[in-house]
Design a protein around this ligand. Structure first.
Ligand code: 6PG
Length: 244
């Protein structure tokens, strides 16, 4: 059974997430690294602002390594950049050492950067059965059921034998670099953070296993041994059956 939490609003969801992250970081000995892959898009903006303003002093950021689940193939100062969004809403507000930030270089040639990012992940994160184990992977959900940058029309990328791939946003044609299911399903903690009424139908399809749910990238997030959390605000949960 997935671990599903419902929240009245974005602040309550953000507080739960920040507290969960704080507790999990604290659990790890200070001399060890806590690795997290952050999600992109717009949902994290409010969550990162909340994390910055309420937990910037509580968390020992020296032990936190920031990665990203995906990045658009644009320069870091581009308004589309997930790194830029994270820098503006989180990184600039916390005392995180530059060496703890492992940016996907969206400005580089996509195929070679995907390979470089895989090398960076392997170099900095301990592996289990040959696959690096993230302590935490934060995911968003697209209203078409995509997650990270794996879209329904490129479902095979989720199970590709690689840790990182080059994907294409089918609506804009924009190239993206994304981690794959091998990393996501090998993580200790995976959390979907989903807000807003635009996601309600897709949340219902995935959680209630409605027709076609198996063919959605987000449905393939099934951690082998880690915890899977769904954090939903009231609007995102609005279409679920009352009994859910
Ligand atoms: C990205 C994301 C992507 C995102 C979903 C939801 O780079 O866009 O990583 O997977 O999480 O598209 O995006 P919103 O939060 O903007 O709805």
């Amino acid at each position: 059974m997935d671990n599903i939490h419902f929240f009245e609003n974005r602040d309550e969801l953000s507080d739960f997430f920040a507290r969960d992250l704080y507790e999990k970081i604290k659990e790890k000995p200070d001399k060890e690294v806590f690795s997290i892959a952050l999600s992109g898009g717009s949902t994290p903006k409010h969550i990162f602002q909340y994390l910055s303003s309420h937990y910037h002093k509580n968390i020992n950021w020296e032990k936190v390594y920031f990665f990203w689940g995906d990045e658009r193939c644009v320069p870091p100062e581009d308004k589309e950049s997930n790194f830029r969004m994270t820098k503006e809403n989180l990184l600039k507000n916390i005392p995180i050492p530059d060496n703890n930030i492992f940016r996907i270089k969206g400005e580089n040639q996509p195929e070679s950067e995907a390979k470089e990012y895989e090398k960076t992940i392997r170099k900095n994160i301990h592996a289990l059965n040959g696959i690096p184990v993230f302590d935490y992977i934060m995911l968003g959900l697209g209203d078409d059921g995509h997650t990270v940058s794996i879209f329904p029309d490129q479902l095979d990328l989720f199970d590709s034998g690689k840790l990182t791939v080059v994907a294409i946003n089918p609506y804009s044609g924009q190239k993206r670099i994304s981690i794959t299911g091998q990393l996501i399903n090998n993580a200790r903690n995976v959390a979907f953070l989903i807000t807003g009424k635009a996601k309600a139908e897709m949340v219902k399809t995935i959680l209630e296993k409605k027709n076609g749910w198996q063919n959605l990238p987000a449905s393939k997030v099934q951690p082998t041994f880690g915890e899977l959390l769904f954090l939903l605000d009231k609007e995102a949960a609005a279409s679920l059956n009352p009994g859910y």
